[in-house]
Design a protein around this ligand. Structure first.
Ligand code: HEM
Length: 177
């Protein structure tokens, strides 16, 4: 996982849980927390940090990942406003993830393993199929929540299928309110 993700996660933890929380998570995991944005780090380090946050807050891993995703999106917006300015609305932005956003991310962050989504748009309901081995569907859910806020929209995100429940892939079902 690229260091930029750890960087924004650290910022979100500072914002939401205070300045001591990140240090406590590092102490609990034995990690040094020295992440450079362009570096690549084992996915297990993110899993360990999420586990520490669960123990500290009593929240579940899906809840923590979703909160991190929600908080991370305004941080990514701050760093890369041009990505967001190019899209008319959240739907257009999401539909450009495979073709524009994540390809641009791969140019900026060599070795980034961004997911590919399988889109289906029916009667205004947008379905995103997701089957990354990282199984970060809850992070994706949080990213969408954060994105909706940036565009001033309300999106209901449901997950009728999830790899964590034994399904072959996850499905995020987005309904605009
Ligand atoms: C709603 C919008 C977005 C969704 C749903 C989304 C989803 C995801 C997910 C689920 C991952 C985890 C990797 C995996 O599943 O294999 C990921 C990785 C990543 N995304 Fe996105 N993303 C979004 C927008 C963005 C934006 C706007 C940026 C940057 C400006 C970005 C940059 C990245 C980066 C750097 C990674 C890490 C790749 C790696 O470490 O190998 N994403 N994205």
């Amino acid at each position: 996982m690229k260091g930029i993700i750890f960087n924004v996660v650290e910022e979100v933890v500072h914002d939401r849980y205070g300045s001591d929380a990140w240090d406590a998570m590092l102490a609990a995991t034995g990690l040094d927390g020295a992440y450079t944005s362009l570096g690549s780090y084992p996915d297990e380090e993110l899993t360990a940090l999420v586990g520490a946050a669960c123990a500290m807050t009593k929240a579940t891993a899906p809840e923590i990942l979703r909160a991190l995703g929600t908080g991370a999106m305004p941080r990514l917006h701050e760093r890369y406003p041009v990505f967001f300015e190019a899209a008319l609305n959240a739907r257009a932005f999401i539909l450009s993830l495979n073709s524009i956003i994540h390809p641009e991310v791969r140019k900026l962050y060599s070795g980034a393993g961004c997911p590919h989504f399988h889109f289906a748009d029916q009667d205004g309901v947008l379905t995103m199929g997701y089957n990354s081995p990282r199984k970060l569907c809850h992070l994706a859910h949080g990213f969408i929540d954060g994105l909706a806020t940036i565009f001033g929209e309300t999106i209901l995100v449901e997950q009728p299928r999830c790899m964590h429940d034994g399904d072959a892939s996850c499905q995020l079902r987005l309904t605009w309110q």
